[in-house]
Ligand binder design. Structure first.
Ligand code: PGA
Length: 252
């Protein structure tokens, strides 16, 4: 049985003061207990990882894991501005998002780069959250499945059985930050396609890999999305900035 996982991706938001309030509010909300069989993760920007790790410890937030929004495809060396997976592990991270569409689009990250990053994250002992998803044009021209399966195929090719230790996040680009959530059925259909593709590769891997949905997940659509058989949780951007909304999605 795959656990339901909710990951909050703060993107380039937060401050020392607001992070403190966020963790305090979430700690208070989680105090009275959370649904069992679930995992919750928050991914702040790099400079705040240490602060958030300390706050999570101070509040004894056993329910909340720490994640990062990206990692370098390289192990160490002359890569100005980049952050190595081993450094993230040292800061207390257990999860790292790789291949987010914002990185693919604004930083020209290819599937090969994304797979190299995922390998670094695995080698450092953390779980990569590998993002895939089609643009509006690709969906409108009937190519959504082809595009997403192509992205997944590259990861399968490189990661092979190690994919069992990864999460995949299906994030249709047209749904990210737009308020246009994919209907639960559209999301489920794509998750099913991804699961079948993984099954063709290796049935055991397919059973293990959690496939999260991302793109305008909110408290009022999370219940329906998470009820779908192939949706194993959510990667939440905008709504994760509000601790009450994040809590509501975690409880959905
Ligand atoms: P959103 O972002 O929830 O704001 O649409 C999701 C994401 O980019 O991971």
């Amino acid at each position: 049985m795959r656990p339901l996982i909710v990951i909050g991706n703060w993107k380039m938001n937060g401050s020392l003061a607001s992070n403190q309030d966020w963790i305090k509010t979430v700690a208070r909300g989680m105090e009275s207990g959370m649904p069992s069989g679930r995992k919750f993760v928050v991914c702040p920007p790099f400079p705040y990882l240490s602060q958030c790790a300390t706050l999570i410890k101070e509040h004894s937030l056993a329910f909340l894991g720490l994640g990062a929004q990206d990692a370098s495809a390289h192990i160490s060396g002359a890569f100005t501005g980049e952050v190595a997976a081993a450094m993230l592990k040292e800061m207390g991270c257990s999860y790292v998002i790789v291949g987010h569409s914002e990185r693919r689009q604004m930083h020209q990250e290819t599937d090969e780069v994304v797979a190299a990053k995922a390998l670094q994250v695995l080698d450092a002992g953390m779980t990569p959250v590998i993002c895939v998803g089609e643009t509006a044009d690709e969906r409108n021209s009937g190519r959504a499945e082809e595009v997403v399966c192509g992205q997944v195929a590259k990861q399968v090719f490189v990661l092979q059985d190690r994919l069992a230790d990864c999460l995949i996040a299906y994030e249709p680009v047209w749904a990210i930050g737009t308020g246009k959530v994919a209907s639960a059925q559209i999301a489920q259909d794509m998750h099913r396609v991804i699961r079948l593709q993984l099954t063709e590769f290796n049935g055991d891997v397919a059973e293990h890999v959690g496939i999260l949905y991302g793109g305008s997940v909110k408290p009022d659509n999370a219940v329906e999305l998470f009820a779908m058989p192939d949706i194993d949780g959510g990667l939440v951007g905008g709504a994760s900035l509000n601790p009450q909304d994040f809590l509501a999605i975690c409880q959905a």
